[in-house]
Every structure is written in structure tokens, then in C-alpha cells.
Design a protein. Structure first.
Ligand code: NAP
Length: 291
């Protein structure tokens, strides 16, 4: 479908972050607007931490229809919003904002994105024993949706132990049916836990660099284990490469990135997202980066 030229009624969406110029989101969302005939454009707004309040004030005053929020504003944005959906409140971070007749409502679609990608890979979270390495912003979002999806146990480990403890506390309060506990982040402790798990998730940036270590012993990578890495750049981390070679089911972070965008698009427009178009746009960006 041909995109309508920009006019007086064109909806404005975008992303705020710092740094954010590397983002793949504009091609995904602009492609989706065009495919669905939605008269809107998605732009990138570089907003440094000291300017967040002013930037949100400006977006609100200009009547921007909605926006994504990325590092480092996902938590600080909450103070600038009028309301939050339940999951975003539990997670304590927002990645999607919708302008509803002048009031700004925050959502977090990262966790939903992960769980949708997991299901699309043929893995249901129900009844699963999960080990998650990392307890930062992404891990918080993913674990809330995994708990909501009915996982049996969740073992958390983070280099900053207090972060894992605080996440475990929040999960125990809101999802008492999931047995949540914290373990150490040493290779020995992680390997011991991963041996008992159905799903192993890396929610740390470890794996983005070629020289990064494997956080678990290779012997835990059994074919029955599902191994997920939230890292999408590179698309195949050392963990995923080794897991694939060992016969595990593997999933990188591209699916999560895609489906968080799909969920955001649907929150904003109320239109069923053209997932195929968004996936194609995203993959072509990833490919270009790795050419
Ligand atoms: P974050 O808030 O910085 O959290 C990462 C956590 O991992 C921190 O608590 C960090 O502790 C911990 N950590 C680092 N190295 C570790 C290790 N060797 N063992 C145990 N814990 C370790 O980052 P984030 O926003 O959650 O993002 C995490 C990863 O997910 C990034 O690679 C990001 O690109 C990816 N991500 C992907 C998507 C997607 O759509 N696919 C979305 C969001 C994020 P310290 O702070 O003490 O180092």
C-alpha cells in the first residue's frame, strides 16, 4: 500500500533514548504503518537523561500519539506519566507510552515480546523450570511474563546479587504460585542450576563481544534444554552457537525485539500488526549491520 504523504493529520510516533541512533524500530513501525494504511510516521528522538522531563512535556504538548522508551529512560519515565498498566507497574519499567486524549499511559511490551517469541518457537512456558542469568531491566520484564505464563520455578542470578534478590521479592509477592529463588552467578553455581532446568535464559549483555565467556559449563547444554539469549546483536552469541551444536532448541533476542514492537503497534493503533512485514524490515536491518 502506498503511504499517504505527510499532512495535517499524520500521527507522530517515535522512540526516545540515549544513545538511540542505532535503533531498528523506525523501519519496523514505518513499514507496519504503510502496510496497514495507517497515516502515521515513526521518528527517533535522542534525549539525554537531563532532558527527559522536558522532552516528555514537549511530546505531550505536541500531541504525539505514542512513543517507545529505551535505555536509560525506561524507569525514570514513570514519574512523567499519568498511569501504568498492571504489568509495567510490577516490572517498574516502561518501554511503550500511549497518548490517550492528552493522558500518557505506560506499558512494558518487552516481556510479552519474549513470551510470544518463545511460544512461536514451539515452547510453552507452562510448568517449566527456568534459570535466568541477569536481573536487570530486561530480566524483570521477561520474568513477570514468564510467571504470568505459569512457569513452575524461576532461579535468578545476577552479578549484583541485590538486584536478583529484589526481583525475587517482587515476583514472590505478585506470583506466589511460581517458586522463585536466587543463586550465585559463578559458573559453578549457574551450571548446577542449569542442569535441573528446562529453559536457560541469558539476560545479561554477555555474548555481545566475540571475546565474552560462556557463563555455564558446556556439559549442561543437553538437547532437552531450551537456550534463549536476549542479545540480538550478534544474532548468534557464543552461548547459542554452543547450545545449537549440542542439539538444544535455541532462540536469540530478535523474536523478542519483533514481538515487543508488534505489541506496541497494536496498543497504539488497535490494528492487528502486520508481523511478516515487521519481521522482514527488522531482519534486513540486522543483516545490513552484519554484512
Ligand atoms: P541491564 O539492566 O544492564 O541488566 C543486565 C544485568 O546483568 C545487570 O544487573 C548486570 O550486573 C548483570 N550481569 C552482567 N554480567 C553478568 C554476568 N557475567 N553474570 C551475571 N550477571 C551479569 O541490561 P538490560 O537492559 O536488562 O539488558 C540485558 C540484555 O538484554 C542486553 O544485552 C540487551 O541488549 C538485551 N535486551 C534485549 C531486548 C530484546 O528485545 N531482544 C530487549 C531489552 C534488552 P552489573 O550491572 O553489575 O554488571
Amino acid at each position: 500500500m502506498k503511504q499517504k504523504p505527510i499532512n495535517a493529520h499524520t500521527g507522530i510516533y517515535g522512540i526516545i533514548g540515549h544513545p538511540v541512533r542505532h535503533t531498528f524500530s523506525p523501519s519496523m513501525h514505518n513499514g507496519a504503518f504503510q502496510a496497514c494504511g495507517v497515516d502515521a510516521r515513526y521518528l527517533v528522538f535522542e534525549v539525554c537523561p537531563g532532558s527527559l522531563k522536558q522532552a516528555v512535556h514537549g511530546l505531550r504538548a505536541l500531541g504525539v500519539s505514542g512513543f517507545n522508551v529505551t535505555i536509560p529512560h525506561k524507569e525514570a519515565i514513570i514519574a512523567c506519566l499519568d498511569s501504568l498498566d498492571r504489568e509495567a507497574e510490577i516490572i517498574g519499567a516502561v518501554n511503550t507510552v500511549k497518548n490517550i486524549r492528552g493522558t500518557l499511559k505506560g506499558y512494558n511490551t518487552d516481556g510479552e515480546g519474549f513470551v510470544t517469541a518463545l511460544r512461536k518457537s514451539g515452547v510453552s512456558p507452562g510448568g517449566k523450570r527456568v534459570v535466568m542469568i541477569g536481573a536487570g531491566g530486561a530480566a524483570r520484564a521477561v520474568s513477570v511474563y514468564l510467571a504470568r505464563g505459569g512457569i513452575k520455578t524461576l532461579t535468578l542470578a545476577d552479578a549484583a546479587d541485590r538486584r536478583a534478590q529484589s526481583l525475587a521479592k517482587a515476583l514472590k509477592k505478585h506470583f506466589p504460585r511460581t517458586e522463585t529463588r536466587v543463586t550465585g552467578a559463578s559458573k559453578a553455581a549457574l551450571s548446577r542450576e542449569a542442569r535441573q532446568a528446562d529453559i536457560l535464559i541469558n539476560a545479561t549483555p554477555v555474548g555481545m563481544k566475540k571475546s565474552d565467556p560462556l557463563l555455564v559449563d558446556k556439559t549442561v547444554l543437553k538437547p532437552s534444554l531450551v537456550v534463549c539469549d536476549l542479545v540480538y546483536n550478534p544474532p548468534e552469541t557464543r552461548l547459542l552457537r554452543e547450545a545449537k551444536q549440542s542439539g538444544c532448541t535455541v532462540m536469540n533476542g530478535i523474536g523478542m525485539l519483533l514481538y515487543q514492537g508488534v505489541a506496541a503497534f497494536e496498543i497504539w493503533t488497535g490494528v492487528v500488526a502486520p508481523t511478516g512485514v515487521m519481521k522482514k524490515a527488522l531482519l534486513s536491518q540486522v543483516e545490513r549491520k552484519h554484512r
